[in-house]
Design a protein around this ligand. Structure first.
Ligand code: NAD
Ligand code: TYD
Length: 337
């Protein structure tokens, strides 16, 4: 089997490539990535000499490169995207360009190349926000109600993927997954930002009252969910993927990290809230459990411990990132160094 992975130099994409080549060593992977600020080939350094892996530097918005990259491919696994909500508030245009137009370019090429599967990686954020204290969860029937430029661009890409299935007969599947965490996550997202700030002796910025709720999933469990969807999923179907049995607030997440690093709550700093901040996400993943037999293998306690350990052991990976363009972003977003 030959796979085209887009965005494979990012957080989930690079974890997926490692996962796939470990579990399916007979397959080959082409990784198409334009290496934005979030793309990092260091994540894949161990595969440099693997004959089953090839990297192509290029954008999914470039039809020529995409057409070359997709030659002879059986399955497309589409991760490439702009992914950070705060950056989508600072500058929405690139989110539309990559997430919407880029997906359309990729879909056109996939139809032409007659790929056997186009799997689109999406997010639970397309469903909007749930209320605190409510026991409602997102599932495959939840109407779309995106509330940030990021989630609106992902929602648009989901609609396009379904439209190409209906109009052009493209064999698609979609997964809408909750917040991932784990190795190689860019330290702009809450968990790696908190861990690395604390390791540097800095404070952790908490937006608003800190009582926002996300559904957290260890990245390896997400990779396994994509695997089962590719192997056993029904063409045309969508699967919601999540990891939590109960609500946990951002403050509780940060306290778990403080605890893991033996720090106290004086390292918490309340900062200005994100505009339009979605209050609560929770995912009902019973469809993928019942139909495909997937459930998370890591609970939060074990996942966060593995993640803290990874960031402690890989300081050079994140210190390198934090010394570059990241500094300008941090100053703009948080108003300080
Ligand atoms: P990331 O920001 O870490 O990585 C994105 C990757 O895409 C980078 O390597 C970047 O260089 C590449 N890229 C960006 N624009 C590109 C373009 N025009 N052409 C080619 N490559 C391009 O993102 P991530 O957290 O790994 O997320 C991957 C996917 O999973 C995204 O589609 C995202 O919406 C989805 N998702 C993420 C989460 C999460 O918690 N991180 C949860 C659910 C779904
Ligand atoms: P984030 O990791 O950006 O993911 P998303 O917004 O896509 O869910 O944020 C997770 C939660 O943490 C969200 O409620 C915003 C909050 N947050 C903070 O409180 N402080 C921060 O510095 C960041 C980056 C996020």
């Amino acid at each position: 089997m030959k796979l085209l992975v887009t965005g494979g130099a990012g957080f989930i994409g690079s974890n997926f490539i490692h996962y796939w080549l470990k579990n399916h060593p007979e397959d080959s992977i082409i990784n198409l990535d334009s290496l934005t600020y979030a793309g990092n080939l260091e994540n894949l350094a161990a595969l440099k000499d693997n004959p089953h892996y090839r990297f192509i530097k290029g954008s999914i918005t470039d039809p020529k490169i995409v057409e070359q990259a997709i030659q002879g491919v059986d399955w497309v696994v589409h991760f490439a995207a702009e992914t950070h909500v705060d950056r989508s508030i600072l500058g929405p245009a690139v989110f539309i360009e990559t997430n919407v137009l880029g997906t359309q370019v990729l879909l056109d090429a996939a139809v032409k190349a007659q790929v056997k599967r186009f799997h689109h990686i999406s997010t639970d954020e397309v469903f909007g926000a749930l209320k605190l204290g409510d026991n409602k969860k997102f599932d495959e029937q939840t109407p779309y109600n995106p509330r940030s430029p990021y989630s609106a661009s992902k929602a648009a890409s989901d609609h396009l993927v379904r439209a190409y299935a209906e109009t052009f007969g493209l064999p698609i599947t979609i997964s809408n997954c909750s917040n991932n965490y784990g190795p190689y996550q860019f330290p702009e997202k809450l968990i790696p930002l908190a861990i690395t700030n604390l390791l540097e002796g800095k404070k952790v910025p908490v937006y608003g009252d800190g009582l926002y709720v996300r559904d957290w999933l260890y990245v390896q469990d997400h990779c396994r969910a994509i695997d089962v969807i590719l192997q056993k999923g029904t063409v045309g179907e969508t699967y919601c993927v999540g990891g939590m049995a109960k609500d946990v607030s951002n403050l509780e997440i940060i306290k778990a990290i403080l605890n893991g690093l033996k720090k106290d709550e004086s390292a918490i700093e309340y900062v200005k809230d994100r505009p339009g901040h979605d209050r609560r996400y929770a995912v009902d993943f019973s469809k993928i459990t019942q139909e495909l037999g997937w459930k998370p293998a890591f609970d939060f306690e074990h996942g966060i411990k593995a993640t803290i350990d990874w960031y402690m052991k890989n300081k050079s990976w994140w210190a390198h990132i934090k010394s570059g363009e990241y500094k300008n972003y941090y100053a703009k977003q948080y108003g300080r160094k």
